[in-house]
Design a protein around this ligand. Structure first.
Ligand code: MF3
Ligand code: CO
Length: 252
């Protein structure tokens, strides 16, 4: 985490859009391969090939020793699940996080996909989390404060009877994947740093059906809900502009 908030120039934003588009394309493509019987390792290999094919590089691989291109977190796994030989099963939900670096600039985004037909509860936690991200993004406008994003997310999620994970937060993004500032998914309206045009941040609500507390598995990475309840995760990298929030991690 670099200390100062880096404001990006229009030229730098163009690179970040390109990085973001690559991430979004790869996430969309992975979505087409989420079927019962697929292994998360196969999705990881596909993501790596597709990122490289687009002239970019995976940004998670090697990050603090992380071994893979994507994070693949199933059901009660919240984030940082390590791809492996696990075979997706009908009714699972799978959170996939993808990061890529292109011409020195980062994109970072995540989606939760259902494998086949989700349970009502699974569908609901996905919908609530996706809407939480939408509300968080809507609050990312000049002169609002970072706390307005967290407040928008937390108040929505808790009103739906679910919990916001506290142990992981969103972040500034740019020439490094995790820059200042931290972007919590909880907080008070009007609190924290004031947003300015040119700030680029990743907003990434993680929502649990039960309690917000987490445990990390013995692999040192996989974060699960302590109570074993289902969890979803959606993330976009966005730019704060005078015309409102711009989603960078979208298919062009
Ligand atoms: N994508 C995560 C984030 O949104 C970071 C993944 S950690 C890694 O901040 F080690 F897998 F890279
Ligand atoms: Co992120």
């Amino acid at each position: 985490m670099t200390r100062a908030i880096q404001l990006k120039t229009p030229r730098q934003l163009r690179f970040m859009r390109q990085a973001g588009t690559i991430v979004a394309e790869v996430l969309a493509l992975l979505g087409e391969h989420i079927v019962p019987g697929a292994t998360t390792a196969a999705l990881d290999a596909l993501a790596e090939a597709e990122i490289k094919k687009r002239g970019a590089m995976p940004s998670f691989k090697g990050y603090h020793g992380y071994p893979c291109t994507i994070c693949a977190s199933v059901n009660e796994q919240i984030v940082h699940g390590i791809p492996g030989e696990y075979r997706l099963q009908e009714g699972d939900i799978l959170s996939i996080d993808v990061g890529a670096i292109y011409k020195g600039w980062h994109g970072d985004a995540a989606v939760t996909y259902a494998v086949g037909r989700p349970s009502a509860e699974a569908e609901r936690v996905m919908d609530v989390t996706q809407e939480a991200l939408r509300r968080g993004i809507a609050a990312a406008v000049p002169d609002n404060h970072l706390g307005d994003i967290g407040f928008a997310i937390q108040s929505w999620v808790e009103a739906q009877g679910f919990a916001v994970v506290r142990d992981f937060v969103g972040h500034g993004i740019g020439k490094v994947m995790h820059e200042a500032p931290q972007v919590p998914n909880f907080g008070e309206a009007g609190a924290g740093v004031k947003m300015r045009p040119g700030m680029t941040i990743a907003i990434e609500p993680m929502v649990s059906v039960g309690d917000w507390r987490v445990k990390v598995l013995d692999d040192g990475w996989t974060a699960v809900t302590a109570d074993g309840s289902l969890s979803a995760h959606y993330e976009h990298s966005i730019a704060i502009t005078n015309n409102g929030p711009e989603i960078l991690t979208k298919v062009a």
